[in-house]
Design a protein around this ligand. Structure first.
Ligand code: XMP
Length: 523
């Protein structure tokens, strides 16, 4: 039997639905709603009125989308949803949809409106959405081509921009509001207060989604799922599995056992930190499997990147099975799946560039029921929960680290000596980034060990040793990335320290490739 999917994710009684019309904005809107302490979920635009009514959301937000309401196949809302008397806010495409489906008109503009623009409030038309005393001219952020030209019956237009005669429309009696601009982006300074007015004042949502309530709900849900059973959790050293474990521990205490497979390919000091945090600090039962030699043995002579990943994946699963096999009475396996993974699973896969392997990844034929306490949480919420549960910043704010570890940062074959050289060089890069206060600004910063040797001179001696490449990138989601414009003096400090402090390195280079065309990792 393969693992059963279940959820121990917190789901409070009150929910706001963000209806996804296919742009990148739905996730951002859902996060903003939660920042306003209201729980939100993203739902597909194909949801029917009956399905919607069955869940009874406290409010609905219709997201933006890339289509025009006039094209064939434009995503529409089930029109019966408009009759459910649920407070509704349309944003961008969502506002055009309200106009289009309720008898107004959306025109095709000659010109779109993208970026910052000025919203002019019609001071003679009071607006519950804009509030009692709105600034007459507000900066807002736009991204649209079509524009509403006529509002439906019973609606009023309350504000305009140079290319949108109806930038705000509303009907208090129907409890529907719409904005052509994007209140969810930071470039719209009044955006959060507008969303807050909609949620708290107009829709009457209670601001109850707080860190305390997330933790309480999670603990309750985990207890309900696990009962008096036992669970195991594979720790990777990363924030997701760490927070999932800490939450499950808070719920079921010693009936959780964590397994940390130490591949020997972690960064300097990382394994010690995981063990220290979980065993000593959190008092969590932890099996620390020191499997470095086994991984190195199997990796001997393997230099092709995909072969490395495959080898590491296989060894990892075997080691994990051996360790967890000793806990024969465990029925549950804890996973740190996040809400964005849940939203995105099932979407078409892009071409395979690398077969990502997640340490802590699930062998397919394990006979466990999954416990996924982070399934409804965004990364920023997971970090806050981790901090609240007392996890150290080094784990809560850890930069992404590939499952195969340093193996994909050592070009060519892997030896214990190379791992040790890279650990030292990498530690210097990270220390200097932290010292410069750039830790949270830089998506990832690390060192790569090249499979070549170059000539240098140190003192009067000729040297012939490996170069290290520093890679530092900025990114929002790792799908695209830009090389970080690190200050020269910072790069100089890193270079001097690496060459002076790490034996076996005589040259340092900086990688100035963005993604695409490069990938973040070198293998
Ligand atoms: P690339 O190199 O594809 O990396 O631009 C994108 C992001 O994914 C991380 N990465 C991995 N993560 N297992 C993982 O769990 C892997 O095999 C793996 N390979 C790359 C990488 O660090 C970056 O954040």
């Amino acid at each position: 039997m393969s693992a059963v999917h279940a959820t121990a994710a917190p789901t409070p009684d009150q929910v706001v639905f963000v209806v996804d019309f296919g742009a990148q904005y739905a996730q951002l809107i859902a996060r903003r709603v939660r920042e306003l302490n209201v729980y939100s979920e993203i739902v597909p635009h194909t949801m029917t009125a009956a399905e919607m009514a069955a869940r009874g959301p406290a409010a609905i937000i219709l997201s933006g989308g890339p289509k025009s309401v006039h094209v064939d196949g434009a995503p529409l809302l089930d029109p019966a949803i408009y009759d459910l008397d649920i407070p509704t806010l349309g944003i961008c495409y969502g506002s055009q949809l309200i106009a289009h489906q309720l008898g107004g008109r959306v025109g095709r503009n000659d010109q779109g409106e993208y970026g910052r623009t000025t919203l002019t409030v019609d001071v003679d038309t009071p607006s519950s959405l804009l509030g009692p005393d709105p600034e007459p001219n507000q900066t807002v952020w736009m991204s649209h081509f079509d524009a509403i030209t006529d509002v439906p019956e019973g609606f009023v237009a309350c504000a305009s921009t140079p290319n949108a005669a109806v930038a705000v429309l509303e009907s208090d009696s129907r409890r529907m509001w719409g904005v052509q601009y994007h209140p969810e982006v930071r470039h719209t300074p009044d955006g959060m207060s507008l969303l807050g007015r909609f949620l708290h004042d107009l829709a009457g949502c209670e601001p109850t989604w707080t860190m305390g309530s997330i933790i309480d709900h999670s603990i309750e849900a985990i207890r309900a799922q696990v009962g008096d059973g036992r669970a195991i959790c594979g720790l990777s050293g990363g924030v997701d599995s760490a927070v999932a474990a800490a939450l499950v521990h808070a719920a079921i205490g010693h009936r959780l056992t964590c397994v940390y497979v130490d591949t020997g390919l972690m960064r300097k000091g990382e394994s010690e930190q995981v063990v220290e945090t979980f065993q000593r600090h959190q008092g969590i039962e932890l099996i620390h499997v020191r499997a470095g030699d086994r991984f190195l043995e199997r990796l001997a002579g393997v230099s092709e990147p995909e072969a490395k990943r495959k080898t590491i994946g296989e060894v990892f699963i075997r080691v994990f099975e051996e360790a967890s096999g000793g806990i024969t009475d465990a029925d549950f396996l804890v996973q740190g799946t996040l809400y964005p993974d849940v939203i995105e699973s099932g979407t078409a896969q892009a071409a395979k560039i690398k077969s990502h392997h997640n340490v802590g990844g699930l062998p397919e034929d394990l006979d466990f029921e999954l416990v996924e306490p982070l399934r409804n949480l965004f990364k920023d919420e997971v970090r806050q929960v981790g901090t609240k549960l007392g996890l150290p910043d080094e784990i809560v704010w850890r930069q992404p680290f590939p499952g195969p570890g340093l193996a994909v940062r050592i070009i060519g074959d892997i030896t214990a000596e190379k791992v040790s050289i890279l650990q030292e060089a990498d530690a210097i890069v990270r220390e200097e980034i932290a010292e410069a206060g750039l830790q949270r600004e830089i998506w990832q910063a690390f060192a790569v060990l090249a499979d070549i040797k170059t000539v240098g001179v140190m003192g009067d001696e000729r040297t012939y040793a490996h170069p290290v490449i520093i890679r530092a990138v900025t990114s929002d989601d790792a799908m695209t990335a830009d090389w970080a414009r690190l200050p020269y003096d910072l790069l100089e400090r890193m270079s001097n320290r690496i060459i002076n402090e790490v034996d076996g390195i005589n040259r340092v280079a900086y990688d100035i490739t963005s993604k695409p065309p490069g990938t973040i990792e070198w293998e």
